[in-house]
Write a protein of this length. Structure first.
Length: 198
């Protein structure tokens, strides 16, 4: 097994630095990967100061992309560091593994990006059916939340603007949009107001 572990590091976390696979347990339906971080220090998210003083450690269990139709759980041991800056309001902070974890994330970054791609392509219900097909089932609301959390794309200042109105609910809720006529795309929603017709 000791000869296989370096190959598992390369196979499972090829694009992630600072993670060491310690063991892999495979059952009929689940693959459990035990791993730990190996970096010597981490940057405080509050002040940016680097610290190597370890306060403690704990386990995280992010879900990963399912290979061969098996549910994957990564048992990742991460450390809490003591901030080296005494004036920083954060006394301790948990390390993050770029490309693998994010704060409060319950999925690995590669599973999250896959779900976002499915959500952008198929939206809610159809996207949820697709995720269950490759054994990473999430609800349509989860897909929509992942899409809503994406940063807004960069937009250029429109040169020719068109104004249009629409009804969200006929006779009750109306809104106004500004349209970039040159790019033939929706620039931004100018206002939304609620009118009650008699």
């Amino acid at each position: 097994m000791n000869e296989v572990l370096p190959q598992l590091d390369e196979l499972l976390f090829s694009s992630v630095e600072g993670v060491l696979v310690e063991s892999v347990e495979v059952t009929d339906t689940v693959i459990r990967v035990e791993a730990r971080t190996t970096v010597g220090r981490a940057a405080c998210p509050g002040c940016g100061c680097w610290s190597g003083r370890i306060h403690g450690s704990y386990l995280r269990f992010p879900h990963d992309l399912p290979p061969a139709g098996k549910f994957v759980v990564v048992s990742l041991r991460v450390r809490r560091f003591v901030c080296a800056d005494d004036s920083c309001p954060r006394k301790a902070f948990a390390e993050q593994v770029p490309g693998l974890t994010r704060r409060f994330g319950r999925r690995t970054e590669r599973l999250r990006s896959t779900l976002v791609s499915v959500g952008l392509a198929l939206a809610g219900r159809a996207g949820a059916r697709m995720t269950s097909a490759f054994r990473a089932s999430v609800s349509r609301n989860t897909l929509l939340r992942l899409i809503a959390s994406l940063p807004d794309p960069a937009t250029a200042t429109p040169r020719v603007v068109g104004v249009d109105e629409y009804a969200q609910r006929k006779g009750r809720i109306y809104g106004t949009v500004l349209v970039d006529r040159h790019a033939r795309g929706l620039a931004r929603r100018a206002s939304r107001h609620r009118d009650h017709l008699p």
